[in-house]
Design a protein around this ligand. Structure first.
Ligand code: AP5
Ligand code: MG
Length: 187
C-alpha cells in the first residue's frame, strides 16, 4: 500500500493519515512534521528552513526530496507508506517517480481531499493546544493556501494523467471522511 494524501492546508491530511496508517499498519510520512522536528531540534537543516515554514513558503524541492528519500529507504517503508503533504510541486512528483522506478515500486493511489476555502481557514484558525503552529496565523494561512493553488494543485493533474487520482469530499465528520478515503484506496 503506497498512498499519497494531497490537499490544501487544513484539509485534514494529518488527521486522516493517522487513521489510514493505523488501518493498514503503514508508516505516516509527513514532510511538514519532519521539517518542524528539524526546526525544534535546532539542527543546521532546521535553521535553514525555519523562515520558509514561518512564511508559508515551500522548502526547496531538492532539500525536501533528499529528506524524503532517506526516510523511504528505511526498512519500515518496505511494505508501504502514506505520504502526507508531499509531493507538493510537479518537480517533486517527477523526482518521486524516478525514485519509485529505481526501486521497482509503484503507487497504489493518490487521494486529494476537497474542502471549501472558508472551511479550511476556520479549521486552521481553531487549531490550538498541542497542535498549534507558528504558521497558523491568518496571514500565513492565506499565504499557504495561495502557494497550494499555484504550486501544489498541478500535482493533482499530474496524477490524474497517471490514472492514480481519486478526489474525496473532505467535509463531514473525521469518521465519514476516513470511510471515503478507505473506499477510494480499496481498503
Ligand atoms: P504541512 O505540515 O504539510 O502543512 P499544510 O499542508 O499547510 O497542512 P496542515 O498540516 O495545516 O493541514 P492538514 O491537511 O494536515 O490538516 P489537519 O489534519 O491538521 O506543511 C507545513 C510547511 O512545511 C509548508 O508550508 C512548507 O513550508 C513546508 N513543507 C512541507 N512539506 C513540503 C514539501 N513537500 N515541499 C516543500 N515544503 C514543504 O486538520 C486541520 C485542522 O482541522 C485540525 O485542527 C483538525 O483537528 C481539524 N479537522 C480535521 N479534520 C476535520 C473534520 N473532518 N472536521 C472538522 N475538523 C477537522
Ligand atoms: Mg498536516
Amino acid at each position: 500500500m503506497r498512498i499519497i494524501l494531497l490537499g490544501p492546508p487544513g484539509a485534514g491530511k494529518g488527521t486522516q493519515a493517522v487513521l489510514i496508517c493505523k488501518h493498514f499498519g503503514i508508516p505516516h510520512i509527513s514532510t511538514g512534521e519532519m521539517l518542524r522536528e528539524q526546526v525544534s531540534s535546532g539542527s543546521e537543516l532546521g535553521r535553514q528552513v525555519k523562515s520558509l515554514l514561518d512564511a508559508g513558503e515551500l522548502v526547496s524541492d531538492q532539500l525536501v526530496m533528499k529528506v524524503l528519500e532517506d526516510r523511504l529507504l528505511r526498512p519500515d517503508c518496505a511494505a508501504g507508506y502514506l505520504l502526507d503533504g508531499v509531493p507538493r510541486t510537479v518537480v517533486q512528483a517527477e523526482i518521486l517517480k524516478g525514485f519509485l522506478g529505481a526501486s521497482k515500486t509503484a503507487l497504489t493511489r493518490v487521494v486529494q481531499l476537497e474542502v471549501p476555502e472558508q472551511v479550511l481557514l476556520d479549521r486552521i484558525r481553531h487549531r490550538g493546544g498541542a497542535g498549534s503552529r507558528s504558521d497558523d496565523t491568518a496571514e500565513v494561512a492565506a499565504k499557504r493556501l495561495q502557494v497550494y493553488w499555484a504550486q501544489t494543485a498541478p500535482v493533482a493533474e499530474f496524477y490524474r494523467n497517471e490514472g492514480l487520482l481519486r478526489q474525496v469530499d473532505g467535509v463531514g465528520t473525521v469518521e465519514e471522511v476516513s470511510a471515503r478515503i478507505l473506499a477510494a484506496v480499496g481498503g
